[in-house]
Ligand binder design. Sequence first.
Ligand code: 5AD
Ligand code: SF4
Length: 375
Amino acid sequence: MKYFIVTYGCQMNVHESEKIAAILEKMGYSEGSSREEADIIVFNTCAIREGAEDRVFGNVGNLKKLKKKNKDLIIAVCGCMTQKEQTAQKLMNTFPFIDIVIGTFNLPKLGYYIEAVKKGRQLEILSEGDIDESLPYKRTSGENAWVNIMQGCNNFCTYCIVPYVKGREKSRKEEKILDEIREIISEGKYKKITLLGQNVNSYGHDLKDGVTFAKLLRDICAIEGDFTLSFMTSHPKDLTDDVIDAIAGEEKIEKFIHLPAQSGNNRILKLMNRKYTREKYLEIIDKIRAKIPNCRITSDFIVGFPTETEEEFLDTMALVRQVKYDSIFAFMYSPREGTVASKMEGQISDEVKHDRVNKLLSLEKSLQKETKDED
Ligand code: 5AD
Ligand code: SF4
């Protein structure tokens, strides 16, 4: 009995697929090398932009032939896309050969749904769930071990679907995280630990036991062993001096921060509900540069947010030029149903979005070339 997992989206999903693999192996499945030889195929989906969802619809659709050949093949779809009731229903209706559609919070019970398939197709979406501490992961990223420190997000950036599909922020207890890392290090094969969370800098706020992200970083570094530590993603509004000092002072922490700015224009940042200004963001960058020489800094940007003018877009270009990032990701704004921005007047045409994203990416390319030439 073989399984095959198809993962879309961010590192959190890559890590979540490691849990799916562990669940399936516990049930007696082993990893297959292709969809063709699988007895169960799991799609772990992403909902962040429309393109990600379109790919899932296309790729799931392609499985029809396989299901025809092998009637016992089980097809399961889970992850952020299925956490949206309408999309989950649409998947079920469009593809009668899908056996299981479950939301992100049902994932720990995947085994139960696979058993239940004998009785018929399974569709279930819980609106909220706790972090599952009961199952191990099948670690698949070589020398790097992902460690989840929290789930969900409280920020409600107006363009973002994450708070709707992942729920509110919930931090894992520090002791559980430290135990997991001690165990990883004692195995001897991992050289790098990467902490994961939508907004790692607000780690611990919900625990109300005084633990902060900076404390967590320091406590992890105190674990004996030869390893490096990194983390993502940081929200500029929560990146404290204490965290910057921890990165600067702790040898084990990689000198790298992914600090998404999203826009370089204050009116757009406000509309995005990012809770910082361009000036505040630049202040943080200056602080990082002063305290952590040679720190690599990367960022995400969204172009074509509703009502964004050409001039406002040029503020983003100028910010990118000014900060001299090590690299950036540039995305065309994608309206996500249910978010505040998707209902805003002044949606920007695809043509303009394409034009802006191309301009931003070619700026990024030319800046990369400049730094290479300097080297
Ligand atoms: N449209 C385009 N990009 C988005 N992102 C999040 N939501 C959207 C959206 N609706 C981007 C942000 C975030 C990254 C992971 O994805 O830049 O930092
Ligand atoms: Fe989305 Fe904003 Fe939360 Fe990041 S901080 S997951 S962009 S709502």
